[in-house]
Design a protein around this ligand. Structure first.
Ligand SMILES: Nc1ncnc2c1ncn2[C@@H]1O[C@H](COP(=O)(O)OP(=O)(O)OP(=O)(O)O)[C@@H](O)[C@H]1O
Ligand SMILES: [Mg+2]
Length: 473
């Protein structure tokens, strides 16, 4: 059953039940309640009269009348004073002397005499009289004022029964009006609610089909509004993670393609030279040795490539749990300098760096060595013979900036952002200045910066290019 129907049925049953209960209570309990209340009020009137007139005499009648006049609860209650021989001496008001012969009505007299013995000083006797058709008629209270006089109070029940009838009519009229107005309100409320739920449902279905374009927009606040909001958040989050997953799948595929491509050349070379050996193309010992050397050097290259790739993929999972140490920049820098001495000499490069930096850095020593070495290696490789390479350390408020500059050709602006992708090379040939290069170095530097929550950048300068890495401290 839909929410709309459920709400209708629930509301309908609630209203019908409520009206039914009101009518039942009115019919069955209103007279009982009225009798109970009447007894209480009449008993109070009786007690207060007895208290006020403990020794009631006929001579007190005018005071009695005055007193009753001010007695608020007298409303609707008839008050009689009668002597033991049925003579009425007070009937709601003072009875004039010529009326004194007034007698108690027959039915009352019978009732009065049949209970007269029971009325001790303080006892009160009640009776509910019924008329001929057995409908309630009146509540009567009898009590003894003193040895000579008796008090009789009476209240009619006819009015209450009329009232019950009228109020039942009223309840039904009000009930029907409330039902109609309520139904209209429930209709709109239920429609709004079920519309929202339908919208949420359809959005959830499209999410299940990996379509994240549909957003839930509901006017509803509260739980339904929150639910719609949560669905939208889930949709966005899923969309984001699926996209990044797609991207990473694509980039991994690209990586495998590039790596296979890179491996193809050395493998082809190895195959060629191995076949040359097998079919005796290398006729003399000198030639075969040369063939073997080529094979060994191609194997070394492949080995290097595989190592770099393993390195890169290891770094993918490193973030956060990499070990860090504090070390002196000067010590760090002299190791870098030493490791490039031969290459610098070979290309006659002028290497300029900060001589002594008495400052510490907090990072992973091995990774930092690798990052800076990759930069310096590139700088030497891509600088022209006799050029300059500068390695500088700059302290900023929140970290250390390391820059490597080399004189040489600028890099095309359109290439700059791609340099950091694995296997990306500006010059597509595999060898630069005699050494094989794969285009993995900068990708590794970028990963190392990420592992340290830092960043990398590259800028073209007037006479060369500058690469930088920032490590927050
Ligand atoms: N200092 C530089 N000057 C000019 N071009 C550079 C410089 N450093 C990097 N590049 C360009 O960026 C490309 C990517 O550099 P990266 O270090 O990733 O790879 P590589 O040096 O070609 O190979 P690998 O470092 O894997 O041996 C290089 O091929 C080169 O074209
Ligand atoms: Mg490199």
């Amino acid at each position: 059953m839909s929410i709309k129907k459920k709400m209708f049925v629930f509301y309908g049953l609630l209203m019908v039940g409520f009206i039914f209960i009101l009518v039942v209570v009115d019919v069955f309990f209103a007279s009982r309640f009225f009798i109970y209340e009447s007894k209480k009020q009449m008993s109070e009137i009786c007690s207060s009269l007895k208290e006020e007139f403990p020794e009631f005499e006929k001579s007190d009648l005018s005071d009695f009348d005055d007193y009753l006049e001010n007695l608020d609860e007298r409303r609707n209650v008839k008050i009689f004073v009668v002597n033991s021989s049925d003579e009425l001496i007070f009937k709601n008001r003072l009875i004039e002397s010529d009326e004194a012969k007034n007698k108690l009505p027959k039915m009352w007299s019978k009732f009065f005499h049949s209970h007269i013995d029971k009325l001790d000083d303080n006892k009160q006797h009640y009776e509910v009289f019924r008329n001929r058709d057995d409908a309630l008629h009146r509540v009567v209270l009898m009590s003894k004022l003193n040895d000579n006089y008796y008090l009789i109070l009476s209240r009619s029940l006819r009015s209450i029964q009329d009232n019950v009838r009228i109020s039942n009519k009223l309840i039904i009229i009000i009930g029907i009006s409330v039902f109609i107005i309520g139904t209209i309100l429930v209709f709109f409320l239920a429609r709004r609610m079920s519309d929202s739920v339908i919208k949420i449902n359809s959005a959830a279905k499209s999410i299940a089909n990996l379509d994240f374009t549909q957003k839930v927009q509901v006017k509803e606040r509260g739980e339904i509004g929150e639910l719609a909001n949560s669905i939208n958040i889930i949709s966005d989050k899923l969309n984001e993670s699926i996209n990044s997953l797609k991207e990473s799948v694509i980039s991994r595929e690209q990586l495998i393609r590039d790596m296979s491509h890179e491996l193809k050349t050395p493998i082809a070379a190895i195959k060629g030279y191995a076949e040359g050996l097998k079919y005796g193309i290398a006729s003399d010992r000198q030639k075969s040795e040369k063939y073997c050397d080529v094979i060994v050097s191609q194997c070394d290259e492949m080995n290097n490539l595989v190592k770099s790739m393993l390195n890169l993929s290891k770094m993918d999972n490193m973030k956060g749990d990499v070990e860090k140490d504090t070390f002196l920049i000067s010590d760090f820098n002299s190791i870098i300098k030493e490791s490039f001495e031969i290459k610098l000499l070979e290309k006659n490069i002028n290497f300029v760096t900060d001589e002594y930096i008495d400052k510490d850095i907090y990072a992973n020593y091995t990774l930092m060595q690798q990052a800076v070495s990759n930069y310096v290696d590139n700088a030497i490789r891509y600088a022209k013979k006799g050029g300059t390479v500068k390695l500088n350390y700059l302290w900023e408020d929140n970290g250390l900036k390391i820059t490597v500059f080399n004189t040489g050709d600028k890099i095309d602006e359109s290439e700059l952002e791609h340099l950091w992708d694995a296997f990306y090379k500006v010059d597509k040939s595999r060898t630069q200045n005699g050494t094989a290069n794969y285009g993995v170095g900068l990708a590794i530097v970028k990963k190392i910066a990420e592992i340290h929550n830092g960043k990398v950048w590259v800028e073209n300068r007037n006479d060369g290019v500058l690469f930088g890495i920032f490590i927050p401290q």
